[in-house]
Design a binder for this molecule. Structure first.
Ligand SMILES: Cc1cc2nc3c(=O)[nH]c(=O)nc-3n(C[C@H](O)[C@H](O)[C@H](O)COP(=O)(O)OP(=O)(O)OC[C@H]3O[C@@H](n4cnc5c(N)ncnc54)[C@H](O)[C@@H]3O)c2cc1C
Length: 459
């Protein structure tokens, strides 16, 4: 075995968490090797955030073409050319991939292509080569999970990985799981013309979101012709000549061309040497403290491999946090409630902070305002429906949560993030002048109402 040493940092996994750590550490002067078995950029760039959002944008274009007449534009929607959609999606991914490769090279991060395995607290083996550093960061991410006994055949029963590479629009699809990934594919396929049915065992779509947001999304999906079976478990799937026959626990059956399994993602850690080296694990997740330290002093772990929100921007922040800690910069732990969350379906759902249910569970006395986008000029122009809900500590604040539903509200949640993370009071936010006509005014209106000076607001 060839030993290659003298690294400050050996990073295993080049996804959002691993590459962000590599970039920041290199910027801070560390000698970094980033080991990636597939392509740098990981799930987010190649099988997650970016390709799904490209599909969602194509879906929006399809809906605009279909509904052009509502705006007095004479156009017609003919059909989806899926190979051409894939060309567009792949071009987007490829451009960002090349950009990332360039960035890593310019920061002098050494990228090693190969499958790595932790062999000691300071060494990772790749084939016959042994990479040794003062510190190792584990960032091997996550992969789609299935249910016990449910086999993914990759053709009729698929995960998001295969859903992203379909060469045609399925005529019909059952989506198992009404979380973020399920809702996004339901939205895309419906806009592309498919019959879509979501099956979710919990009583609502996007279960971790505020109940008001779930209800609005359910109504919007119903209007769009997306069927949902909520509060019911999947029982069985059978192959049929036309596709699949899905049976639910309540005896209902649904026929479809395929079934997408979107029931969550589990850590990629089996067989990678973590347990043998003594890293503390829980059901495959690497256990870390608030600064992403494992129980072994020379090993940290970030991203989907650790418990917590499985989001690319969380991976970025954790990777940066580790790089800064190792450089002695004393980073602060992340307040995970303060991380914005977006589901990019139509309508979008975005939030930051806590829900009304969480505020009640925590025994906080709170008040809330739900501003209907029907009163917001830009939303009416866009013909979108939804709301801006703000939750604050009773008696004046600070703000505990901002929950948005509507077209493009994913862009708006950045303001909610500032409000929440700076512990702003509704009266302070109410003083801010929002540009007119924008959807951001809805955030202003909700705070005006909470501050006792409602403007365009029906109570
Ligand atoms: C369909 C879908 C849509 C998503 N949309 C969004 C979104 O819109 N916004 C958002 O914030 N998040 C989204 N996510 C989640 C996001 O992709 C993940 O949270 C993020 O990629 C996690 O980053 P990570 O670095 O922890 O892991 P990953 O991105 O999974 O990276 C891990 C890397 O490690 C590599 N690796 C694994 N084992 C080894 C090994 N033994 N040797 C070498 N390399 C190895 C893998 O090849 C991979 O590149 C989405 C996910 C999916 C599946």
């Amino acid at each position: 075995m060839t030993q290659i040493s003298n690294y400050d940092l050996v990073i295993l996994g080049g996804g959002s968490g691993g590459y962000a750590c590599a970039l920041r550490a290199a910027e801070l002067g560390s000698r970094v090797v980033l080991i990636e078995k597939d392509k740098v950029g990981g799930t987010c760039l190649h099988r997650g955030c970016i390709p799904t959002k490209a599909l969602l944008h194509a879906a929006e274009v399809a809906d605009l073409a279909r509904d052009a007449g509502d705006f007095g534009v004479v156009a017609s929607f003919d059909r989806i050319d899926m190979p051409a959609v894939n060309v567009y999606k792949d071009k987007v991914v490829d451009r960002l991939f090349k950009g990332l490769q360039g960035l890593l090279a310019s920061r002098k991060v050494e990228v090693v292509h190969g499958e790595g395995r932790l062999v000691t607290p300071t060494q990772v083996a790749v084939g016959d080569d042994l990479y040794e550093g003062s510190h190792v960061v584990l960032a091997t991410g996550s992969e789609a999970r299935s249910l016990p006994g449910l086999e993914i055949d990759g053709v009729k029963v698929i995960t998001s990985d295969q859903a992203l590479t379909l060469d045609h629009v399925p005529a019909s699809a059952v989506i198992l799981g009404g979380g973020v990934i399920g809702a996004e594919f339901a939205s895309v396929w419906r806009s592309f013309g498919a019959e879509v049915t979501i099956v979710e065992m919990l009583p609502r779509l996007l279960p971790p979101e505020d109940e008001a947001s779930s209800k609005l999304l359910e109504r919007a999906f119903r209007r769009r012709g997306i069927n949902s079976h909520l509060g019911v478990r999947f029982a069985d799937v059978k192959d049929t000549p036309a596709g699949v026959l899905v049976t639910l626990e309540n005896g209902k059956t649904i026929e479809a061309e395929l079934m997408l399994v979107a029931v969550g993602r589990g850590p990629v850690s089996a067989g990678l040497g973590y347990e043998q080296v003594g890293v503390k694990m829980d059901r495959g997740f690497v256990q870390v403290d608030e600064l992403w330290r494992t129980n072994i002093p020379t090993i940290s772990a970030v991203g989907d491999l650790t418990p917590g929100p499985q989001l690319a921007h969380v991976g970025f922040a954790e990777g940066i946090g580790v790089a800064e800690r190792l450089a002695g910069l004393n980073p602060a732990p992340i307040d995970y409630d303060g991380v914005p969350r977006v589901t990019y379906c139509d309508p979008e759902v975005a939030s930051v902070g806590i829900t009304s249910a969480q505020a009640a569970e925590r025994g906080i006395e709170f008040e809330e305002v739900n501003y209907n986008l029907g009163g917001n000029g830009k939303s009416v122009i866009l013909q979108t429906q939804g709301s801006a809900k703000v939750i604050a500590v009773a008696g004046g604040g600070p703000v505990l949560g901002v929950h948005l539903v509507g077209a493009r509200v994913g862009e708006l949640i950045a303001e909610g993030q500032l409000i929440y993370n700076w512990e702003a009071f509704p009266a302070d936010v109410a003083k801010l002048i929002h540009p007119h006509p924008t959807q951001s005014e809805a955030i202003g209106e909700a705070h005006l109402a909470l501050a006792g000076k409602p403007l365009h607001f029906h109570s």
